[in-house]
Design a protein around this ligand. Structure first.
Ligand SMILES: Nc1ncnc2c1ncn2[C@@H]1O[C@H](COP(=O)(O)OP(=O)(O)OP(=O)(O)O)[C@@H](O)[C@H]1O
Ligand SMILES: [Mg+2]
Length: 199
């Protein structure tokens, strides 16, 4: 697909197929278009040419790259619980199974002690883990995470990579953007964005 942002063509006939049950890392320099690619697959951006196929509506969990703004005033637990809303009619409270799933994701990323803290009051690395948990809680067939390993310490890096591998293990398509050598080494496949194309 070809994707433009303003006057700039960021992706130029970039082409890739992502397999269920595997983790793909999208690598590339700052500004190479990793976020643009994930946003286009997620349906946040529209391709000028080409299409994204095989992704059903509401089947994508997309965790955007951490931004400086703190976002809505939510606790970590509430933010992760939001991941379950998509599977429920708007008037329904979370079911016990949803609450269990939320608790599981908090445990998986070692967020239990932080669960009742406002998201905005976490450190950058802690927030990063919490954002990954919001993506995992959706149990989506396609999980796209933008730089989940940026700024996390060695232990959290392991937790994040293990969690992403486990999502692939349950059959999901997992794609994440990364620079970290450990993230690249743990991927089933690494695609590198250069000059608007995937190599
Ligand atoms: N909203 C926007 N409007 C115009 N250009 C944009 C916009 N967002 C990003 N760009 C440009 O698109 C190109 C790709 O940006 P993108 O955010 O996809 O890169 P990236 O590979 O994710 O970088 P990083 O490693 O810094 O996260 C860059 O040249 C950037 O300046
Ligand atoms: Mg980016």
């Amino acid at each position: 697909m070809t994707v433009r942002r303003g006057q700039r063509t960021v992706l130029h006939r970039a082409d890739a197929a992502f397999e269920p049950g595997s983790v793909t890392v999208v690598a590339g320099a700052n500004g190479s278009g990793k976020s643009t690619l994930l946003e286009t697959v997620a349906g946040v951006l529209l391709a000028a040419e080409g299409t994204v196929s095989g992704v059903a509506p509401r089947s994508v969990a997309h965790v955007a790259q951490t931004v400086a703004s703190p976002g809505p005033p939510l606790t970590v637990r509430a933010a992760v619980a939001m991941g379950r809303w998509g599977s429920l009619p708007w008037w329904r409270p979370l079911r016990p199974a949803d609450r269990r799933l939320v608790a599981e994701q908090l445990a998986r990323l070692d967020l239990e002690d932080l669960a009742d803290r406002p998201l905005a009051e976490l450190s950058g690395g802690q927030r990063q883990r919490a954002l990954v948990a919001t993506g995992l809680a959706q149990r989506a067939p396609v999980l796209l995470v933008d730089e989940p390993t940026a700024g996390v310490d060695a232990r959290s890096l392991g937790l994040v990579l293990d969690a992403l591998a486990a999502e692939a293990g349950r059959g999901a398509v997992v794609v994440h953007a990364a620079h970290d050598p450990a993230a690249l080494a743990s991927a089933d496949r690494v695609l590198t964005l250069r000059d608007g194309a995937l190599h």
